[in-house]
Design a protein around this ligand. Structure first.
Ligand code: PEP
Length: 243
């Protein structure tokens, strides 16, 4: 059985509520076929829910606790109540700028599951790790920690995002993506059986309308996670059409 393609946009800290509404008005109804997901900033979630047509919405982060004295944080159940269906966990900016560990990622996955949010867990190596020949070891460590916390009985997705390709204009080649995705798929199948064979694996890192189709044609690439090119309705739509 083939996996349904996914096109996901991560707006990061861009597009407040009014801009989010303008984006979805410009995007309009999305073509049927792939699953289309957008991760707006949490303050723009409500206006996104009100204006998106045929697009699933998620948050970019949650706290691992259900509630409590965590000033400035958002809980999984609050995100769910506001209309999020998914959550990004372990994005490289969270890992590298905010110091999130594999243990933090696992705790957030468990909290997302408890709240009924579908986790989209990001993994990927830095340039230094790649140059040192540590690609396999890094992916193995990150995916094992994630799979341990993920429930094979509930939907989830994995995003392979080589850190050196995020926001840099550098893109992994389709062959690079296929190599990393094959490794991830093998671990997912080994740990979760059939469910591990069905969960989508997205590629992320400088995806644009010009390279999206080639990347999505690579083996085991079931979709894309798009940062910069998801901010304009026109380029995001072109990527959806490429899927
Ligand atoms: C991302 O932030 O997940 C990402 C892939 O960004 P960009 O497409 O801008 O490289």
């Amino acid at each position: 059985m083939s996996v349904r393609r996914v096109v996901a946009g991560n707006w990061k800290m861009n597009h407040g509520p009014a801009e989010a509404r303008r984006f979805f008005d410009a995007l309009g109804a999305v073509p049927s076929g792939p699953r289309v997901v957008v991760f707006p900033p949490v303050v723009s979630l409500a206006s996104s829910v009100a204006s998106a047509q045929g697009v699933e919405l998620g948050v970019q982060n949650i706290h691992a606790a259900e509630s409590g004295a965590f000033t400035g944080e958002t809980s999984a159940s609050m995100a769910r109540e506001t209309g999020a269906a998914l959550v990004l966990i372990g994005h490289s900016e969270r890992r590298h700028l905010f110091g999130e560990s594999d243990a933090d990622v696992a705790a957030k996955i468990r909290r997302a599951r408890a709240a009924g949010l579908e986790p989209c867990v990001c993994v990927g190596e830095t340039l230094e790790q790649r140059r040192a020949g540590r690609l396999e070891e890094v992916l193995e460590t990150q995916i094992s920690a994630a799979l341990e916390a993920l429930d094979p009985g509930a939907p989830y997705m994995i995003a392979y995002e080589p850190v050196w390709a995020i926001g840099t204009g550098e893109t992994a080649t389709p062959a690079d993506a296929a190599q990393a995705h094959a490794l991830l798929r093998e671990r997912m199948r080994a740990r979760h059986g059939e469910a591990g064979g069905q969960a989508p694996i997205l590629y992320g890192g400088s995806v644009k309308p010009a390279n999206a189709a080639d990347l999505m044609d690579a083996d085991e690439v079931d979709g894309v996670l798009v940062g910069g090119a998801s901010l304009a309705a026109e380029s995001f739509r072109a990527i959806i059409e490429a899927a």
